[in-house]
Write a protein that binds this ligand. Structure first.
Ligand SMILES: [Zn+2]
Length: 246
């Protein structure tokens, strides 16, 4: 019995360990009189939800640190359900992208999508590195924001195990000129197999999307996408993400 009690105590201490790392703020929610509940995408522990006590007080040392999309350095106690933030400091606030309504809107929509897709407490270091690069590129304005958003979303879906099937018909493997995207199938069917279902999409656009998956984010701008292609792709990716994470 004594051994079991000691193991239980050790496990509890392990769970309450004080840990340090970096993270991006994906969601904030006011709590009680002056606290904040913060959802962070951390480098080492994946998505975590934590409480920052008294963060909304004017005198707080961490006031303003946990604004949406900020990259922060944090020290927190790991706790089941809700971590407790002990310290926090700002690494990057991405003021460039936040000064433009369109870029901040793109970044926030990608942040919301990540918040939905990321499983809790599971490290996703490649997605973390990709999101870091995405925000830096959006902040610099070197690559068209629509291309960046589509390329990031497709790459993140792929890294999280949801790569859409775009290079041939899911049912008969045909590579014709016209396809339809079927969200619940996770890819495209040829016009014969789709029988009028799904969103019509050309082979040309599918090839462009495959290129975006292959190219690194800084090269996303070299892929040709018309305004119509961008609208259609956003519609397809939204439907697909809604199917994966309703
Ligand atoms: Zn087919």
């Amino acid at each position: 019995m004594l051994v079991i009690a000691l193991i239980s105590l050790l496990e509890r201490r392990t769970r309450l360990a004080l840990v340090q790392g970096t993270g991006f703020v994906l969601r904030i929610c006011k709590f009680a009189e002056s606290d904040l509940i913060v959802t962070l995408f951390t480098d080492k522990w994946g998505k975590r939800t934590a409480i920052a006590k008294q963060a909304r007080r004017l005198s707080s040392r961490i006031g303003g640190v946990f604004d949406l999309l900020n990259q922060v350095e944090i020290v927190f106690y790991e706790k089941p359900g809700l971590d407790l933030i002990s310290q926090g400091s700002l690494i990057q606030g991405f003021l460039g992208l936040k000064s433009n309504l369109k870029t901040v809107s793109v970044a926030l929509s990608v942040g919301r999508l990540l918040n939905r897709l990321l499983p809790p407490c599971q490290p996703e270091r490649q997605v973390y590195a990709l999101f870091s690069l995405f925000l830096k590129m959006l902040d610099s304005g070197d690559v068209p924001m629509d291309h960046l958003k589509i390329a990031f979303t497709m790459k993140a879906l792929t890294l999280l195990g949801h790569r859409p099937h775009l290079n041939s018909c899911l049912k008969c493997d045909a590579t014709t000129d016209s396809f339809s995207f079927i969200a619940h199938r996770g890819g495209v069917l040829c016009s014969k197999c789709s029988q009028g279902r799904g969103i019509p999409v050309s082979r040309g656009l599918l090839l462009s999307l495959e290129s975006l998956l292959r190219f690194s984010l800084p090269r996303a701008g070299v892929v040709h996408l018309s305004l119509k292609d961008i609208q259609l792709t956003n519609e397809i990716l939204t439907l697909y993400a809604n199917f994966i994470s309703p």
